[in-house]
Design a protein. Structure first.
Length: 522
């Protein structure tokens, strides 16, 4: 009986001991897993990802900064999970905590995320920041930090997006984002491309002093408040295609080094584009802008910058501007620093290639001429009209003679040139007559007051040079300024001589007509 009781007691003791050991082992394992979940940086690469996934699926944890200098042990966070949605309670998350921006971040971060607190960092280096299909209830604040890659896609920022003095070393994609608070990229530096396409800025967007080293695109973006790009620098091409400006778009003191494209802008009566002391590039595309907007003054730009000076010709390089389908009457510009760009084709609003006809090109010239005339810009009108007439000559049957009206009187803007040109023509005809004076006066058309000297029969003789040259001038001038020729005295059998005689006579009549017109208009 006692032996049976003893064996039973021993069996219960061993059983109790095994249970205690198992419980202690399980507790140690749970503690180890919890530590790994909260500190994935201490695990190897495969374990890190596994721990990160488990933490997203768990119910309670602690989020800490990746800073190697500072750790906040008193910041306990409550994380609740619903399938793939990560909810961070705003009552437990404060600014300065890293929500999801460490270098071991999974590509799975494309999952929908709802962040209900300010996201900010308290260290100087961020490898990458990826936010997709997300709603951020607090501020998105990364001031004065280096960000290797910024990818924010299809997100909503319900407060501010703050990146002043940030340094973006890789491409920036801030696309299809709605920012309900103020956006700040003042003095930011973009080393690679920057895309803010289809982003909606509901309050003021500040890009003052920002530097874009490569191409930048704000296509289909909407600025519902003021957009400030003053003092910004665009070293690559910049595009504002289908961009909405509802208020002031300030580009004062901005610098554009390459192509600047502002096409199909969505504007209203309150839209104001300001280009005070702006340095424009070689090419500005300002096409398809026919909606309501305040007058845009391009003449207040900075044309003294050394980048716009051509040291080979010692002149200021003009900016070629494309104004296709634009309301030119609401523009102020001159034709000294700007020239009309006329490509054979363009990309229309439907992103399709559109050929530009000669009539459409002429209509742009006509609109510019009316603009200069309305503003009393005589020099710009002159330069534009000369270019316009040259364009029309080049696209007509007389394209091979486009040099003639320019040389004769500069398309009517230097009428006094007709006198010097007339003297030059008389001199040329006199020189020709010198070699043929004997032939013309004796066999083609006889002038009684011009002698027929046998010594003049040799064409290239310098004998009796003075008299021969003098009478050559008299003969030429008489035919040149003669209103009528005595046809009965012309020997039409001498065809070459007759052709020369008629040529001198017709050119003389034309010169007389231009000189008479000049005198009458005076």
């Amino acid at each position: 009986m006692r032996i049976s009781y003893l064996f039973k007691s021993l069996f219960l003791f061993i059983l109790f001991t095994d249970v205690v050991i198992v419980c202690l082992a399980q507790k140690d394992q749970n503690d180890s897993q919890q530590t790994a979940l909260n500190n994935p940086s201490q695990l190897k690469s495969p374990e890190k990802k596994k721990a990160a996934r488990k933490r997203n699926k768990g119910t309670t944890g602690t989020i800490t900064s990746d800073s190697s200098k500072t750790k906040k042990s008193n910041h306990k966070k409550t994380i609740k999970s619903n399938k793939k949605k990560l909810l961070v309670d705003s009552s437990t998350v404060t600014a300065g905590d890293v929500i999801f921006n460490n270098e071991d971040m999974d590509d799975d971060m494309d999952d929908s995320i709802l962040v209900t607190a300010d996201t900010a960092v308290n260290f100087k280096k961020i490898v990458s920041l990826k936010i997709a299909d997300s709603i951020i209830r607090g501020d998105l604040a990364y001031p004065s930090y280096t960000i290797n890659k910024l990818n924010i896609l299809n997100a909503v920022v319900e407060k501010k997006a703050i990146f002043p003095s940030a340094h973006f070393t890789d491409a920036v994609r801030f696309r299809n984002v709605r920012v309900f608070g103020e956006t700040q990229f003042m003095n930011a530096r973009f080393d690679s491309g920057a895309k803010f396409e289809r982003t909606r800025f509901h309050k003021m967007a500040r890009f003052k002093g920002a530097i874009f080293l490569q191409d930048a695109s704000f296509g289909n973006a909407k600025f519902f408040a003021d957009a400030k790009f003053d003092n910004s620098t665009f070293l690559g091409a910049v595009e504002f295609r289908n961009t909405n400006f509802s208020g002031l778009a300030n580009f004062s003191y901005a610098r554009f080094r390459k192509k600047c494209l502002m096409t199909s802008l969505e504007t209203n009566d309150n839209t104001e584009l300001r280009f005070r002391n702006t340095v424009f590039p070689d090419t500005v595309v300002f096409a398809y802008n026919y909606r309501n907007f305040k007058e845009i003054d391009f003449t207040t730009a900075d044309f003294t910058d050394t980048s716009r000076f051509d040291y080979n010709t010692d002149t200021v390089k003009p900016t070629y501007i494309f104004l296709y389908k634009t309301d030119i009457s609401k523009l102020r510009l001159d034709y000294v620093h700007f020239k009309l760009l006329l490509p054979d084709s363009t990309i229309n609003n439907l992103n399709r290639k559109k050929f530009i006809s000669i009539d459409e090109k002429e209509s742009m010239y006509e609109a510019l001429l009316n603009n200069f005339k309305a503003h009393g810009q005589q020099e710009s009108y002159k330069l534009c009209d000369i270019e316009y007439q040259t364009f029309r000559w080049k696209h007509s049957w007389g394209k091979w003679f486009v040099w003639l009206p320019r040389w004769w009187w500069n398309f009517g803007y230097d009428r006094q040139l007709i006198f010097s040109r007339t003297l030059l023509l008389i001199s040329i005809f006199t020189l020709i007559t010198y070699f043929f004076i004997y032939y013309l006066n004796s066999e083609v058309y006889r002038l009684e007051n011009v002698p027929v000297d046998a010594r003049w029969q040799k064409k290239f003789s310098l004998q009796d040079f003075g008299n021969r040259l003098w009478y050559s001038l008299i003969y030429t001038s008489t035919i040149f300024f003669k209103l009528t020729l005595q046809v009965d005295k012309v020997n039409f059998q001498k065809k070459p001589g007759t052709a020369y005689l008629i040529s001198v006579y017709i050119v003389g009549l034309i010169c007389l007509a231009y000189m008479a017109n000049y005198v009458l208009q005076k």
